[in-house]
Design a protein around this ligand. Structure first.
Ligand code: B12
Length: 207
């Protein structure tokens, strides 16, 4: 019953009250994994579905993701302490020369909502920085974002640098000008057009 309140808080964008709700649940002894799965992750899945069906738009998805993030902050320390396990480690960033980060942030938040551990390297990220971060965090997936046609080649450069470093890592790419054909061309493992489908893609790549 009370986990449902957490679920509903995400759908209602209750960014200010969700931390309190989760703390109350934890104090009452509710299982951390259940809170994550049935409260936050299910809610974000529902938000993703509504977005795909055209019932919600980017601003609402951002608000839901912010709310989920506020809830996740409370759960995070408990997650490491046992119980729930991460769906996988993902390093994400906007490629060299590109400063657009709204879509990338949304993807990162949705991935966190989907149970992944996400290390966000920010914007204008050099290929070598991705390589170093993958090694440091032992990431299994890298997410690259580009919003400019002029910075798309930096994706190819980054894929090349990861291969050259001999890293066994899957690369998913996205951003408005990016296509599946481009992903195929540069040897990326996958492309997705929005944040909810990025979560699906990551779940497939993590298998
Ligand atoms: C906001 C914006 C800016 C802001 C960025 C602020 C910020 N913090 O991000 C500012 C003002 C800084 C900016 C600057 C510039 N911009 Co601008 N900008 C935009 C704008 C209006 C919206 C982008 C956006 O945030 N969309 C909303 C998000 C949610 O969508 P999204 O980014 O596409 O992300 C979704 C998917 O693509 C996908 N996705 C994204 N990343 C990833 C990653 C992975 C791994 C996966 C799987 C999926 C995925 O999921 C996301 C969520 O659903 C677009 C126009 C447009 N409508 O796209 C122009 C646009 C991208 N900008 C453009 C340009 C030209 C510029 C400038 C060069 C302008 C200038 N002359 O200075 C500079 C470049 C600066 C730089 N070096 O990067 C052009 C690009 C043209 C082109 N084809 O190359 C566009 C298309 C505008 C236009 N029509 O001309 N910009």
């Amino acid at each position: 019953m009370a986990i449902k309140d957490v679920y509903q808080a995400v759908l209602d964008f209750e960014e200010d009250s969700i931390a309190g709700l989760i703390e109350k649940e934890l104090a009452a002894g509710t299982n951390v994994d259940q809170l994550l799965q049935e409260g936050l992750i299910s809610a974000m899945d529902a938000v993703g579905k509504s977005f795909s069906e055209g019932e919600l738009f980017v601003p609402e998805m951002l608000m839901a993701a912010q709310t989920m993030k506020a809830g996740l902050e409370v759960l995070k320390p408990k997650l490491g302490a046992g119980g729930a396990s991460s769906a996988g480690v993902i390093v994400i960033g906007t490629v060299k020369g590109d400063l657009h980060d709204i879509g990338k942030n949304l993807v990162g938040m949705m991935l966190e909502g989907g149970g992944f551990e996400v290390f966000d390297l920010g914007v204008d990220v050099e290929p070598k920085t991705f390589v170093d971060a993958v090694k440091q965090h032992n990431a299994k997936i890298v997410g690259l974002s580009a919003l400019l046609t002029t910075t798309m080649p930096a994706m190819e450069e980054t894929v090349g640098a990861l291969k050259e470093a001999g890293l066994n890592v899957k690369v998913m790419i996205g951003g408005a000008p990016v296509t599946q054909a481009y992903a195929d061309k540069i040897g990326a493992s996958g492309y997705s057009e929005d944040a909810p489908s990025a979560v699906e893609l990551a779940r497939n790549l993590a298998k």
